[in-house]
Design a protein around this ligand. Structure first.
Ligand SMILES: [Zn+2]
Length: 176
């Protein structure tokens, strides 16, 4: 990286900041001591999905997003939340650093995230994606989900329902 001031090729990194998706490096030119910043980011290659039947198709962010959107229809999930999930999955996929990825990996990543935000959306997505062989299999999945939800509720629940213990404030009769 040439110094923008004098064109010299060597610079010293004096500070670097990792922002997750990018790394910024503060550099100092070895000749003129001018300071400048460089940004490093991963170049996304085209990612191929390997489908169950062995066919390949390029990973499509739009396709993933529309699948998720269908599952989330009329659920209390913000558009921003969905976009964040898509971004998150995409990052995860590229982090794997492979040119080809089983399409099932994408589905699993999506389900994992949906499960955390909305059980109904999760079941919808899973029912399309996993294509449960029968009602029983689907029911088992729901039972597991219900157990998890119950556990989470118990863990994050309010500290007991002491609804009946409403104090009656006795105003002391004052004589005077
Ligand atoms: Zn310089």
């Amino acid at each position: 990286m040439r110094c923008p001031h004098c064109g010299f090729e060597d610079s010293k990194v004096i500070d670097s900041r990792d922002n997750g998706e990018t790394v910024q490096r503060r550099r100092r030119c070895e000749r003129c001591s001018d300071r400048f910043t460089t940004v490093e980011r991963i170049v996304l290659n085209e990612l191929m999905l390997v489908k169950r039947d062995g066919r390949r198709e390029p990973f499509s962010r739009e396709k993933l997003e529309s699948g998720l959107r269908h599952a989330c229809q009329k659920r209390p999930i913000a558009v921003g939340q969905l976009e964040a999930i898509v971004r998150d999955i995409e990052n995860e996929l590229y982090k794997l650093g492979k040119a080809e990825i089983e399409s099932s990996t994408v589905g699993e990543l999506a389900m994992e995230r949906l499960r955390r935000i909305d059980a109904i959306a999760y079941i919808r997505f899973a029912s399309v994606y996993r294509s449960y062989p029968n009602l029983r299999a689907m029911r088992q999945e729901m039972d597991r989900l219900l157990e998890d939800v119950a556990e989470e509720d118990a863990a994050s629940g309010e500290h007991g329902a002491n609804g009946k213990s409403a104090r009656n404030e006795k105003g002391r009769p004052r004589s005077g």
